[in-house]
Ligand binder design. Sequence first.
Ligand code: PLP
Length: 375
Amino acid sequence: MGILFSAPQVEYDIIREEWLETVAQIGRQGVFVGGTWVSKFESAFASRLGVSEAIGVGNGTDALFLALKALGIGPGDEVITAANTFVATVSAIHHTGAAPVLVDCNDEYLMELDAVRAAVTSRTKAVIPVHLYGQVIDLDDWKAWSEATGIAMIEDCAQAAGASRSGQAAGSWGVMGCFSFYPDKNLGALGDGGAIVSNSPELAARLKKLRNHGGELRYQHDLPGFNSRLDPLQASALHCKLAYLDEWNAHRRQAAGWYRSHLADIAELTLPGHVEPDDTSHVFHLYVVRVGGGRREELKKHLQKKGILTAVQYPVPVHLLPAYAHLGYGLGSFPQAERYAGEILSLPMHAALQEQDVVSIGSEIKSFFAAAKVT
Ligand SMILES: Cc1ncc(COP(=O)(O)O)c(C=O)c1O
């Protein structure tokens, strides 16, 4: 057997009995949309993040889209985000009718406030910092800047559930924080799911309407809304998994420590920075290295042959995707994002990864580069 890239099936095994009991309960109640499990998970998630509101929605893309809609963002507006994010951050902006404005990343793959400031125009209404790979951007200065300029900050926390910096959870710095519960996220449902968190009861009230055809009560439609609800079977699975989130995130950090010790002497790799085991500002949703010498694809294939699954998040920056050619960027617009897209490789990372797996991965990578030196 090889080494899994992510392990939602292992997580499922852990919660299976408890979850099946909730499924039976939901079945007996006959409430398959909304209901007590959705509100139970929403309250538990809000309290875990230290915010007053959590609103379950259909997926992480909708969370971002509905957050922008709740602020009234639309045609004529601009929203700034990262060139090296998953495409969904940008498609959520696009579908509001606003124009996505992209910025480059630093060498930890994160957006910087200076780059955001330089991209602001009179049309800028919001910025979406992306906590990519599970790293929380230090948003202290961003928050002050957002309050001073009136440019709303919505955090994309799709990859950073349970992460925090200085005791403050990812998702609680901006006016809203948006989460994806896609199954292999570090808090993953058993299908699609998402949530928006906030400390604003007004925004929460609007979001509850927007996700449900524009009204909270049946046939009362106060706003033109959408249909994007977290379903109770997903909510109860998430409720079961939430109890393990901190333990699983800590395991991921420990695994990152193993990678650091077993890959440290491979000169061709650039590893993520060191993170202390109790430093919750990184939850290692992904463990991303850079492969030098233009050998990423070869290494990826070599590992695959050995049963070690890897991925590239993401091989093409958003500004170079055909879907967003109309934004008018081109090759050279975001040099860091472009360079890293050709070098990054996500190694296996999940709550069941063992040190022996990391040792095997390390020795396969070493033999790959050693063979290259001989030939
Ligand atoms: C950074 C980022 N933003 C947004 C999303 C969209 O989430 P979803 O797939 O749940 O729509 C994802 C995950 O897929 C993501 O990784």
